[in-house]
Ligand binder design. Structure first.
Ligand code: SF4
Ligand code: SF4
Length: 193
């Protein structure tokens, strides 16, 4: 993708996915609270809903998964950092996924990575407007500590990739521009700290 060769490839994402293999926000299945609202497999709007893969994350998929529909877009035509050029992949889930194959943006929900103005990386409650109600976000359910820590470690690794760091910085600035209040769940230490 773009003029920079992404450092993020299959091995990188295997490491990240492995960190989150057993991590889930609640001890039980939070999908039972809301009939899996975030999957929205059967809603009429489901075609507009989906997940952007991170740069290089497409290497984790064959492109022929029967539970995914792919849309290839150009980064420069959408709201992405200026360092992003070329294809970006937007995927829609059409049936229940094999859990170990969930894309990163699904794994991180209901938390999101966020840079504070001084540059500290944090995990916050997702602020993005959603076309469904996630009870975890709405009521700020206490999330499992192992989920929070594993996710912090995953974003610590992911933001070593400059294109991903640019994306998180871009989204963070966007939140501040919108005046979205952020609720910090975890301060993520620098790598090696
Ligand atoms: S993350 Fe939220 S919307 Fe998604 S299944 Fe869990 S409770 Fe439902
Ligand atoms: S990857 Fe799985 S859990 Fe995530 S939105 Fe798609 S079907 Fe739902």
């Amino acid at each position: 993708m773009g003029p920079h060769k992404p450092i993020a490839g299959r091995e990188f994402y295997r490491q990240v996915y492995a960190l989150l293999a057993d991590a889930s926000p609640l001890a039980g299945d939070c999908g039972e609270l809301c009939h899996k609202a975030c999957c929205t497999l059967e809603s009429p709007e489901s075609r507009q809903l989906g997940i952007y893969l991170l740069p290089g994350e497409e290497t984790m998929f064959t492109g022929h998964e029967d539970w995914l529909v792919w849309e290839e877009q150009r980064a420069e035509h959408y709201d992405f950092p200026s360092s992003w050029h070329g294809p970006v992949f937007f995927v829609h889930c059409t049936s229940t996924c094999p859990r170990p194959q969930r894309p990163m943006q699904c794994r991180t929900f209901p938390l999101a990575p966020h840079y504070l103005p001084g540059g500290t990386l944090t995990l916050i409650w997702e602020t993005m407007p959603l076309p469904y109600v996630c009870p975890l976000v709405k009521d700020k359910w206490p999330l499992r500590q192992d989920f929070i820590l594993a996710l912090g470690r995953a974003w610590q690794l992911l933001t070593q990739e400059p294109l991903i760091r640019d994306l998180v910085q871009w989204d963070s600035r966007h939140r501040y521009r919108q005046g979205d209040p952020v609720q910090i769940v975890l301060v993520i230490p620098e790598v090696g700290a």
